[in-house]
Design a protein around this ligand. Structure first.
Ligand code: DPP
Ligand code: ZN
Length: 884
């Protein structure tokens, strides 16, 4: 497939103003009748009308009721220019939903029919100008068998419904908001709904509905609560009310993404709707809240204002991730619970986005070129995009950002716009801000790929009572971008007294008075020096508080400095980071030899953390888990995954042994006595108790003791909620305890009718710490399990992605077994579902980063897949980039 470039953007030659669709629904053969009101775009030269279409069977084309000549060119239907500037085009075609395993367009899942149109699925339903800047008003008539499809849904409002001959019925929907085709949706299935009315501040009542399969209704309460909270939050925080009479969510088992924000009719992966205490963990409940929020917030940031072209994807995704992160923080409540949310977000960013930005798929937040747009639904566009919005928020402040959002809607409501338009609105609403003053410089975050390296060196001068901080940045060469310029980096910071542990007042040279003990330094050059005066005591700089910019920080601090921050910093993020850096330093030092002996000061500090009565259990859990193998690997130039695994396992094992009594105390101390509720106060305790239990079982298995494994098994059996049950099961499996096998068997028997829980069962086994190749052998075995299928994305991910992305030591084997497994699955999956295959294919896109013998073996596997001539363009793009 050809490369599509951002700089080649042209507005369309025609606009489609109205769409009248009638679908005769049938899984084997659905007939689509489409009537389009089209207008020539006077800004473009006269030319034939070119419509996208993929896997369609065309029956008829009429212009203003007359047949016309047409032809196919590549994937386009070309119709010679009608004489009139305005005309009605009628198209009739058929599609075969039950054969559609791509899960893009209209497809069958569990007896129902569902759509997924973002980014380019609508062209798999009918011929269209399938691009986001073409916005039309849709009227949709659905006809189908009443028994099979008692529920017929589309976007907007239900305007008519009734009976038809032959046991069929129909429903007619009208969506008053013009929308791009990627936001179109329909559902025809046998479903039931939880319903709730909400009143917005303007006094209007709105119907909220969550549709699920019969039998799942009791698992929708949390999703409904999350939806109500989202409606309330967006109106309170951003003044953005619900604009629809009816807002629907539909859960579907087979879904490529997490969820989809179709106007008024969100489609959701069941994973982000269904939850009960018995079947879902605290993390699942959090995931539902955040995804329900995310899709709901798209109603304004994405739907009311959409993207001009797909290069602008972060316009809606970066902004909406930022909004859902803020929502989750506001819902979490306390400052400490907010900090825990922030740390989790940063962990996610660093685990997936940083490696992406350093590999062959590195691309700017606003990419310049793509072959398959589906490959650019990436953590760079989403998570780094959210960080870019967060930096704007930091630079203009909370009020200023709200003003900027208002201006953005005032200017662009109803339009398809660009990332530039968004940044301009935020800056224009805050003309004196550092953002407005340096807007062009700031926008390098949209155009440059790669993670900037920030380095900081501080010097205290006792005689002068000054602290000099020198900051410098380096912007690494990345794929397709050889030359980089400095970026604007907001550095939130403070100074912590080395002896007093106090937050010191901050007064920069030339300032008349100190301005508090926390501030944001705005870095605009390659190197900058900041001199703080009236500094009464030697101090440690606390930098990049709250992770104020998505950079790699070399802070030049010593262990002693980090211990000061770990004990005293007022910023919980920096405090957590100090602990992580203490652990990371030890892991990196141990890598060359492969042996690690933990020193007493480190163990003492970790004990202090665990026992600190002023810290939240959730925070402790995050602080006591050493950096992941993936993150450690990122810090090295040549990765030996087995070495990284061995060293990190050794650290965990020693922490388990040396804090044994402390873990026992923590486990006893953090039991939740009251009934299960998915709230931060409870989930933090459960998280820490589960970590403690895992440590206790690990140590017991290593020393031949059977008490803790026995207790874990008992807890696994008796648990009243999935978080505790899974925690106990994981403790046994991860420690390779003898009781792991009977526990796994029992778990499977208990939940064999719960698909989302079976996913956990597969995932848990695929992610267990590797020992003697057992985990990899088990993963290969699981491929043949009767419950395993590549056809369901959640199931496929729970085994394949878990192994290849989250279990480096099981996947990267000296005998190349993991790579053979990978190559076979990529090819197998690509024939079924290219979007999923190309995601999985990315597991080896950083083969160059590996040490031998892994590197050569991985390259060989990639080359083997590349040699195939039948790859989808999705997968081909990933594989060929990997080899470039
Ligand atoms: N469904 C995806 C999301 O909400 C794509 N829009 O991010
Ligand atoms: Zn989104």
């Amino acid at each position: 497939a050809p490369l599509i470039r951002r700089e080649d953007y042209l507005s369309p030659a025609y606009w489609i103003r109205q769409v009248d669709l009638t679908l005769d629904l049938d899984a084997a053969k659905t007939i689509v009748a489409s009537k389009l009101t089209i207008e020539r775009n006077g800004q473009q030269p006269a030319q034939p009308l070119r419509l996208h279409g993929e896997d369609l069977n065309l029956l008829r084309v009429l212009v203003d009721g007359q047949s016309v000549s047409f032809r196919h060119e590549d994937d386009m239907l070309v119709i010679d220019a009608p004489a009139a500037d305005q005309f009605v085009l009628e198209i009739r075609n058929t599609i075969a939903p039950e054969k559609n395993t791509h899960l893009s367009g209209l497809y069958a899942s569990g007896g129902g029919l569902y759509t997924q149109c973002e980014a380019e699925g609508f062209r798999r339903i009918t011929y269209f100008l399938d691009r986001p800047d073409v916005m039309a008003v849709y009227t949709v008539t659905l006809r189908g068998d009443k028994k099979k499809y008692p529920v017929l849904l589309s976007n907007g409002n239900l305007v008519e419904q009734g009976e038809l001959d032959g046991g069929r019925h129909f429903a007619k929907w009208h969506d008053p908001f013009p929308k791009p085709s990627y936001l179109f949706a329909l559902v025809a299935a046998d479903l039931v709904a939880r319903e709730q009315w909400v009143r917005t501040r303007g006094g209007k009542d709105h119907l909220l509905q969550i549709f699920v399969k019969r039998g799942d209704l009791d698992k929708t309460e949390h999703a409904m609560n999350s939806l109500i909270a989202s409606v309330v939050w967006d109106e309170a925080r951003f003044n953005l009310p619900l604009d629809l009479e009816r807002f629907m969510i539909v859960a579907v088992d087979d879904f490529n993404m997490g969820a989809m924000e179709n106007k008024g009719l969100n489609l959701f992966n069941t994973k982000y709707v269904l939850a009960s205490a018995a079947t879902a963990t605290d993390a699942d409940f959090d995931g539902i809240e955040s995804v329900v929020g995310h899709e709901y917030f798209h109603n304004w940031t994405g739907n009311r204002i959409t993207c001009r072209d797909w290069f602008q994807l972060s316009l809606k995704e970066g902004l909406t991730v930022f909004r859902d992160q803020e929502f989750s923080m506001d819902m979490a409540g306390s400052a400490s619970a907010r900090a825990v949310c922030r740390i989790a977000d940063v962990l996610r960013l660093r685990e997936s986005q940083f490696p992406e930005d350093a590999g062959p798929m590195a691309h700017p937040v606003r990419p310049d070129a793509y072959q398959a747009i589906d490959n650019f639904y990436t953590s760079t566009v989403y998570e780094k995009g959210a960080e870019v919005v967060r930096m704007m928020h930091t630079l203009v402040g909370r009020e200023g950002f709200a003003k900027g959002m208002s201006l953005y809607f005032q200017r662009h409501d109803g339009q398809a716009v660009t990332c530039d338009d968004f940044a301009q609105a935020i800056a224009d609403a805050n003309p004196d801000s550092a953002l407005a003053v340096n807007l062009a410089l700031f926008k390098r975050w949209y155009s440059q790929s790669g993670t900037p390296h920030l380095s900081a060196r501080g010097q205290y001068d006792t005689a002068a009572s000054t602290f000099t901080l020198e900051l410098s940045q380096a912007n690494p060469v990345t794929a397709a971008q050889p030359n980089k310029l400095p970026q604007l980096i907001p550095v939130a910071m403070g100074l912590v007294g080395r002896h007093s542990g106090q937050a010191l007042a901050l007064q920069l040279e030339g300032e008349a008075a100190p301005s508090g003990s926390h501030r944001v330094l705005v870095m605009t050059e390659a190197t900058q020096r900041f001199v703080f005066t009236h500094v009464t005591e030697d101090c440690v700089p606390s930098l990049l508080r709250g992770f104020s910019a998505p950079v790699l920080l070399d802070d030049g601090l010593t262990d002693a400095d980090r211990l000061v921050l770990l004990a005293h910093d007022s910023d919980p993020f920096t405090r957590w980071e100090s602990g992580q850096k203490l652990a990371l330093g030890r892991l990196l030092t141990a890598l060359p030899t492969g042996t690690l002996e933990l020193d007493e000061p480190f163990v003492h500090a970790m004990r202090g953390l665990l026992r600190d009565p002023s810290l939240d259990p959730a925070f402790k859990e995050l602080a006591l888990v050493p950096p992941s193998e993936g993150y450690v690997a990122e810090q090295t130039t040549e990765v030996d995954p087995q070495r990284v695994h061995a060293v990190r396992e050794s650290m965990v094992q020693q922490l388990a042994a040396r804090l044994n009594e402390d873990w026992a105390w923590a486990f006893a101390e953090h039991q939740v006595r009251e009934g299960y509720r998915p709230v931060a106060e409870q989930s933090g305790k459960r998280a820490l108790a589960n970590l403690a239990l895992a440590m206790l079982v690990r140590h017991a298995v290593a020393t031949g003791d059977t008490v803790w494994p026995g207790r874990a098994y008992q807890r696994f059996k008796d648990a009243s909620n999935m978080t505790d049950r899974l925690g106990a099961l994981q403790a046994l499996v991860n420690a390779h305890a003898e009781l792991a096998a009977p526990a796994l068997e029992r778990f499977h028997a208990l939940f064999r009718h719960e698909p989302l829980v079976l996913d956990k069962w597969f995932m848990l086994q695929a992610r267990a710490p590797e020992r003697d190749g057992r985990v990899f052998a088990q993963a290969k075995q699981l491929l043949k399990h009767p419950d395993f299928t590549l056809g369901n994305p959640n199931r496929a991910r729970s085994l394949l992605m878990a192994l290849a992305f989250f279990n480096p030591a099981a996947f990267h084997r000296a005998d190349a077994g993991g790579y053979v497994f990978w190559a076979e699955r990529v090819v197998e999956l690509d024939a079924i579902n290219p979007q999923l295959a190309s995601r999985f294919a990315r597991a080896l896109d950083r083969w160059r980063h590996l040490a031998e013998p892994y590197r050569s073996a991985a390259r060989e596997a990639v080359a083997r897949v590349a040699a195939r001539t039948d790859l989808s363009s999705d997968t081909a793009e990933i594989i060929h980039r990997a080899l470039q």
